[in-house]
Design a protein around this ligand. Sequence first.
Ligand code: NAD
Length: 262
Amino acid sequence: MTLKNKVAIVTGSARGIGFAIAKRFVMEGAKVIISDVDDDAGQAAQEELAALGEATYIHCNVAERLDVRNLIAETLNAYGDIDILVNNAGIVAGGDFLDLDIDDFDRVLNVNLKGTFLCSQAVARHLVEKIENGGEPGTIINLSSINSVLAIPGQLPYCVSKGGVAQLTKTAAVALAPYGIRVNAIGPGSIMTDMLASVNSDPAARNRVLSRTPMGRVGEASEIAGIAVFLASSDASYVTGQTIFADGGRLPLNYTVDVPEA
Ligand SMILES: NC(=O)c1ccc[n+]([C@@H]2O[C@H](COP(=O)([O-])OP(=O)(O)OC[C@H]3O[C@@H](n4cnc5c(N)ncnc54)[C@H](O)[C@@H]3O)[C@@H](O)[C@H]2O)c1
């Protein structure tokens, strides 16, 4: 019960990594706001997690300022406080560099980067007010990616957005450090979720991923959730502005190292 009675918002948590984080948070005693644009999946997630502890679903498109404002207001209505924000909502839109559609670029940047900023700023404003009234500082966790530092030419908007999330993490961490508010990120490699479905169902694409993953397997969403619990907990009380990469060894891999074919 590392997070007993903490109030946590997890964006994009109807499925995938966000759901796994929401589930671990509930199991650690937190009161969790599941938030998504997919209301059916969000309601189903709430039902599943409410059987384990305290969970409430609130609709929120993180790219929409009014939705974000409503998310904060409804969370405070439901639980009276916010301690933890996990900016997990994220999308991809691939395309060749020369043909890339500007609308796809905007869509991905709006959700992955602007959405992370909007939610962070709104929650940080609440946290600062709480601290000035004698309350405890809270913490923000962003979902970055190995693609914050590695390039996929066919996924330019995604890579750019995650590079932005990496800088947002560091900049917000320094801006909010005087209040004791910590801001960190998790940088997953390839994790088995719907987002990875196209890679997983294509043997050649899967092999490309695994041939560059020294641990020889993709990760599970629960392996990301464990890091989120650590970063949200007091065990990480002196950690801020960091990205913890969980990638089966992908980033440390040098081209001189042989990795067996999967
Ligand atoms: N799966 C991976 O391999 C991987 C690797 C690195 C980073 N990540 C990051 O982890 C996060 C979660 O990824 P996932 O694999 O669980 O994805 P997913 O596609 O399985 O789930 C994403 C969830 O976000 C929701 N969502 C989409 N747009 C939204 C919006 N505008 N507002 C609110 N919710 C929205 C979706 O409805 C969905 O429930 C993303 O930020 C992603 O970039 C994933």
